[in-house]
Write a protein that binds this ligand. Structure first.
Ligand SMILES: [Zn+2]
Length: 321
């Protein structure tokens, strides 16, 4: 167990640059992959955590994985230019807590001057989502593009949708993105993604139950960002919904001991937890459960946490407001 990851990263509330896993040589000045957790929350609105969304960068290339509540807001928080220059979006599945921020990304990015179409990759149903979103905002487009003096035009408000399939990789700006079919119960299809660049890799589980296919495709990856049905989240679900409904919701996800098993069997360097309520008082019982099956480096995700992946892995914890 790495002491730094469990004292500084989890315990401190100040911005921290902490080497989670290191080898002898110094970390490269520019990591091969930089991951920013834009949203680590659940469908329940939470002022500290936006909806599911992760930005993965290599050099100047930006790839977005899911666009839940507040996704555009968080891109703006990173850098005002990011909302305009992020134009590749991968969807893990069609649950609304992973897609509800797309309208803001699509329209506001265009309004700010995005010149290329928004390239969306995901399940076939993403085509319907984009088509109807575009139609839903036609009046806004008419006002801005047709009636106002503006730099944007109808031509620059484009999108493409590419259906993804298990194992069929795409290469964008030197990053290879491989879709991984996962098991999100009745939600079919559902995908995780493995991103490889410069000899390093990060895997994003998406929403899933325990998935052998995810383990196989995460083999020897550097970082695995995995959803979890934390004990606190399960209590919330069972308090909020009738028993049969709650059972069905819990069956969509991976329990904490199962997540630890996925980390162990994948042989990764760092496990990151997301899709949870990370209120600090709820973390100890979660960690305790993960530790029954995983004794490697572990980080509980927070919005705007940065993970730099190279020879060393560094986690930069956001400063709490
Ligand atoms: Zn889901």
């Amino acid at each position: 167990m790495n002491i730094c990851s469990h004292t500084l990263i989890v315990g401190f509330l100040l911005a921290t640059l902490c080497p989670v896993s290191t080898v002898a040589a110094e970390a490269p000045a520019e990591p091969a992959i930089r991951v920013t957790l834009l949203g680590t929350g659940t469908p329940a609105p939470n002022p500290r955590q936006f909806g599911s969304s992760i930005l993965v960068e290599s050099g100047d290339t930006k790839l977005l994985f899911d666009c839940g509540r507040g996704c555009a807001h968080q891109l703006w928080n990173l850098d005002h230019d990011y909302l305009r220059t992020t134009s590749h979006l991968f969807l893990t599945h069609m649950h609304s807590d992973h897609t509800v921020g797309i309208a803001d990304l699509f329209l506001n990015g265009w309004n700010l001057g995005r010149q290329s179409a928004l390239s969306v990759y995901g399940p076939a149903a993403a085509e319907d989502l984009m088509r109807y979103l575009r139609l839903a905002y036609e009046e806004d487009v008419r006002i801005r593009a047709d009636l106002q003096t503006h730099t944007v035009t109808r031509e620059t408000l484009g999108y493409t949708v590419t259906e993804v399939m298990d194992g069929k990789a795409v290469v964008i700006g030197g990053m290879t993105v491989t879709p991984i079919a996962v098991d999100h119960h009745v939600v079919k299809p559902a995908f995780g993604y493995r991103i490889d660049s410069g000899g390093y890799s990060v895997v994003i589980s998406g929403d899933t139950k325990f998935s052998e296919n995810l383990i196989q495709n995460s083999a020897s990856a550097d970082v695995l960002i995995h959803e979890v049905m934390s004990p606190a989240l399960e209590r919330f679900v069972r308090k909020t919904f009738p028993t049969a409904v709650a059972d069905d919701i819990v069956a969509l996800h991976t329990s904490a001991p199962e997540v630890g098993r996925v980390f162990s069997e994948s042989g990764i360097r760092l496990g990151v937890l997301t899709h949870l309520d990370n209120e600090p008082s709820r973390i100890p019982e979660l960690e305790e459960q993960i530790r029954t099956t995983w004794d490697g480096d572990l980080v509980v995700g927070e919005d705007l946490m940065i993970i730099e992946i190279g020879e060393s892995i560094r986690v930069v914890k956001p400063e709490r407001q």
